[in-house]
Write a protein that binds this ligand. Structure first.
Ligand SMILES: Cc1cc2nc3c(=O)[nH]c(=O)nc-3n(C[C@H](O)[C@H](O)[C@H](O)COP(=O)(O)OP(=O)(O)OC[C@H]3O[C@@H](n4cnc5c(N)ncnc54)[C@H](O)[C@@H]3O)c2cc1C
Length: 368
């Protein structure tokens, strides 16, 4: 009887998983179906570029799946019945039955950390949100980016470079670029100074309003555009349908990326918390794509009666763009802690561009 593999989400993790599983199962009676809310692959790691006015390559999923034998269903997942092995969708075919499910629904902006975020802030987690910010920036005068992590740093510098007339601020509750060692952090601050990005560290935001921010210490920062880049969260679906999740709603998976509560379900990418040498995986494309590829292979092993191999999820770098001509690449130990090796400036920018392009190349050709 045909084995049905259903993959939810066609981001880095889900698309990689679907293609790798289909490739490994070629010639068997298995059928892989990939479900995604849109018919396009979104290069999320470039969404700050989209917001800053650049055009991104158009990547139809139908083209990326051409010749793979993977069926595509463009629909939103609205529920999963784990007992009946059925996924519910808001569009045709409305329901899909599975033997093995790969859950890869990614993450979105967390709008509940600070009051006023949902009403007043712009975010960068989806192509739609980045496009909304792009329209706003055309008429903005002052921008406050909240979040001193990788997304906040990339957004503030990209916006400042694209719109030199704008007054751009970067505000962080802690230290900006906290995972980096001293030298790359010094380079960040040089880039902020060069691009005119005013920086405030260790100043948590208490509230976001229509005209700017209220800080925890009572001071106000005025800005006609606030970009929230300080938190991401996963969809509530995994927890709501009864999959074992951590306190943040990320699926808990074993060493082979199978759910701790439902072994016929695999969890990959941002939506899953997998074991890494340093603890649980951090949300990143760097781990999402390998998780997807390894889950795709594990599913094929499982269906062939072989024991799936434990996934190897390791960090290699933190690779941060600072506009189009500058960057910082901090090479890391497998547990994400910094190594002494660092690239900065144009070399880092070129390196990051090459890695980003090669990621899309791997999405096209994930190999066996
Ligand atoms: C601006 C920005 C810059 C970044 N830069 C980097 C970087 O430099 N390096 C790095 O490693 N990481 C970076 N990241 C993080 C990286 O993009 C994510 O970790 C990565 O996209 C996770 O991949 P994923 O496949 O798990 O999820 P996603 O890429 O989010 O894919 C999830 C897919 O599921 C779909 N989906 C969601 N809900 C539903 C539903 N209910 N029904 C149907 N489909 C649904 C979505 O439409 C999407 O296609 C960046 C993120 C942002 C926002």
């Amino acid at each position: 009887m045909t084995k049905r593999i259903v993959v939810l989400g066609a981001g880095y993790a889900g698309l990689g998983a679907a293609k790798r599983a289909a490739r490994r199962l070629r010639g068997t009676d298995a059928q892989v179906t990939l479900v995604n809310a849109s018919d396009r692959f979104v290069e999320r790691v470039r969404l700050h570029q989209l917001a800053a006015g650049q055009s991104l390559p158009d990547l139809p999923l139908s083209t990326l799946l051409d010749g793979t034998g993977v069926d595509l269903a463009v629909a939103r997942v609205t529920g999963i019945d784990l007992g009946a092995h059925v996924v519910r969708l808001d569009a045709v075919p409305y329901e899909l039955t599975y033997d093995v499910l790969i859950y890869a629904l990614g993450s979105g902006a967390d709008l509940d950390v600070v009051p006023g975020t949902a009403e007043h802030a712009f975010t960068l987690a989806t192509a739609g949100e980045a496009t909304r910010l792009r329209s706003r920036l055309a008429e903005a005068r002052s921008v406050a980016v909240v979040g001193g992590g990788l997304t906040g740093i990339e957004a503030a510098t990209e916006i400042a470079e694209a719109y030199p007339r704008l007054d751009v601020r970067l505000i962080s509750g802690g230290r900006i670029g906290n995972g980096l060692s001293d030298r790359p952090r010094r380079h960040l601050h040089k880039a902020f100074a060069r691009l005119g990005v005013a920086v405030r560290e260790h100043t948590p935001v208490a509230k976001i309003g229509p005209d700017g921010l209220l800080l925890d210490d009572g001071r106000e920062v005025s800005a006609d555009t606030v970009v929230w880049a300080a938190g991401f969260r996963v969809p509530g679906l995994a927890a709501a349908c009864g999959l074992a999740t951590d306190e943040d709603g990320r699926m808990l998976v074993d060493a082979t990326l199978r759910s701790l509560s439902h072994p016929e379900v695999f969890g990959v990418g941002d939506a899953a918390a997998a074991r890494t040498p340093g603890g649980r995986s951090r949300m990143s494309c760097q781990t999402g794509l390998p998780m997807g590829l390894q889950a795709g292979a594990a599913v094929a092993d499982l269906l062939a009666g072989r024991k799936p191999r434990p996934a190897r999820i390791r960090y290699v770098w933190q690779n941060i763009s600072l506009g189009r001509r500058d960057g910082v690449t901090q090479f890391t130990h497998a547990d994400d802690s910094p190594l002494g090796v660092v690239l900065t400036g144009r070399a880092s920018a070129l390196f990051k561009e090459a890695i980003t392009r090669s990621t899309v190349w791997r999405m096209r050709h994930p190999g066996p």
